[in-house]
Design a protein around this ligand. Structure first.
Ligand SMILES: Nc1ncnc2c1ncn2[C@@H]1O[C@H](COP(=O)(O)OP(=O)(O)OP(=O)(O)O)[C@@H](O)[C@H]1O
Ligand SMILES: [Mg+2]
Length: 265
């Protein structure tokens, strides 16, 4: 199996501080990874490398077989092969654009619409992805008027639009109510279990948000890898406690996870 993502001794240093500290990590085709770690651990920074928008200070990063910073690697060819949905993306979307336009513009590598003549095929694809995310009733709504959950689902549909080989999700369930979270977990679960869906990497703060079908977990703390590997062996109470710095109990019920703090002493 080929590597979708391969980081070797990658560090990102800003103001003399390593935000990502000597990280080696590989994502193989067909794997779906969850990244866990406290606030400020470097999760979003890692996703920014994986999306080719940030280059490591040291070490090497290869994405979909292309090595970042190497002569001959054109990030502008690489970027359409990667879908990214996160809070930073939401801020870039014009608020007055409709939901359908917001998704459609992704096909042209832009955030804003500038002509009305989109291919019929693209529009059908945009509608199909929005339908898959339960957004069919919102096609003509202005992006700026959407609730947090509707916005998240629109951006995931948008990230799928270029038919990416790698899908990166930064806290897709943050800000959702319980129903919204469960709905999103179900939809992500369907996607994660679809053999034709892209490789996926999802950052989350809560193990309850891990959808069935996710196979691997990367835990980071202060920019360093604390654990990396199959969910069954790595998503343990011990690892999670070390990661968040307090005693935690992780439980798996069926194909879902939960965690809670243990009483001290
Ligand atoms: N350009 C920058 N210059 C200096 N420090 C930065 C820069 N970008 C991020 N940081 C810092 O790097 C650390 C890691 O940030 P990052 O956004 O990757 O964390 P995170 O794990 O995604 O956190 P959260 O869970 O809060 O989203 C943070 O302490 C942040 O303040
Ligand atoms: Mg973050």
């Amino acid at each position: 199996m080929s590597d979708v993502l391969e980081l070797l001794d990658v560090s990102v240093v800003r103001d003399g501080r390593a935000l990502v500290d000597d990280v080696s990590w590989a994502v193989k085709e067909g794997e779906r990874w969850v990244i866990l770690g406290p606030n400020g651990a470097g999760k979003t920074t890692l996703l920014n490398i994986a999306s080719s928008y940030l280059f490591p200070t040291s070490g090497t990063a290869s994405i979909l077989g292309e090595k970042l910073g190497k002569p001959g690697t054109d990030v502008f060819e690489l970027r359409p092969r990667i879908g990214m949905a996160g809070a930073a993306m939401a801020d870039k979307m014009p608020k007055r654009q409709t939901v359908l336009q917001t998704v459609l513009t992704a096909a042209y590598g832009m955030t804003a619409t500038w002509h009305e003549n989109y291919d019929e095929v693209d529009e059908q694809r945009a509608r199909a992805f929005l339908d898959r995310l339960g957004m069919t009733e919102y096609l003509d709504r202005k992006f700026g008027t959407l609730s947090e959950g509707e916005r998240k689902r629109t951006l995931i549909a948008r990230a799928m639009m270029t038919d990416p080989e790698l899908l990166l999700l930064d806290e897709p369930a943050a800000g959702l109510d319980l129903g919204g979270r469960e709905d999103l977990v179900r939809r992500l679960g369907r996607l994660a279990q679809d053999p034709y869906a892209p490789s996926m990497v999802m950052v989350t703060h809560h193990v309850e948000e891990i959808a069935p079908g996710f196979t691997h977990v990367l835990m980071i703390r202060q920019g360093k890898v604390l654990a990396a590997g199959p969910m069954e062996t790595e998503l343990t109470s011990r690892n999670l406690s070390l990661c968040f710095g307090l005693p935690l109990l992780v439980e798996q019920r069926g194909n879902r996870w939960s965690a809670q703090g243990l009483p001290l002493g």
